[in-house]
Write a protein that binds this ligand. Structure first.
Ligand code: 5GP
Ligand code: ZN
Length: 116
């Protein structure tokens, strides 16, 4: 699906909106969440616009899952996370607020249940 001119994550993919990118592949990119729930909270998105879990192409979903796995590993190795939550919100009633598919990678720390 072509980039949506009104989509903030498409703008991040295009470089028209700044973001702290932490990893990139052919199909997906990972960047820091602007309002992190915990230290190291990242988002993984497909480069191609798709609205949500029900719309994303299987290859893009697989690419996002694979990149999220790498970011989760980094959270443990580099940030000292004790655990990681992987989260997707699909639909406004499931708390989705940005309608470009994304996986949240949320590091968890034994001693820090909230962000710094
Ligand atoms: P959702 O509620 O749709 O699952 O999550 C959307 C996430 O996108 C939120 O955690 C929010 O903080 C993040 N977010 C919204 N706008 C921006 C932005 O412009 N840049 C970045 N890096 N994150 C954003
Ligand atoms: Zn988009």
């Amino acid at each position: 699906m072509p980039a949506d001119p009104d989509c903030i994550f498409c703008k991040i993919v295009a470089g028209d909106l700044p973001s702290t990118t932490i990893a990139e592949t052919e199909r997906a990119i990972a960047f820091m969440d602007i309002n992190p729930g915990t230290r190291g909270h990242a988002l993984v998105i497909p480069r191609e616009h798709s609205r949500d879990l029900l719309e994303i192409a299987p290859d893009d979903l697989a690419a996002c899952a694979s990149l999220a796995q790498e970011i989760a590993g980094r959270a443990k190795d580099r940030l000292g996370a004790d655990g990681v939550n992987l989260l997707n919100c699909c639909g406004a009633d499931a708390w989705q607020t940005v309608f470009h598919f994304h996986l949240h990678v949320i590091p968890r720390y034994k001693d820090q249940p909230e962000k710094d």
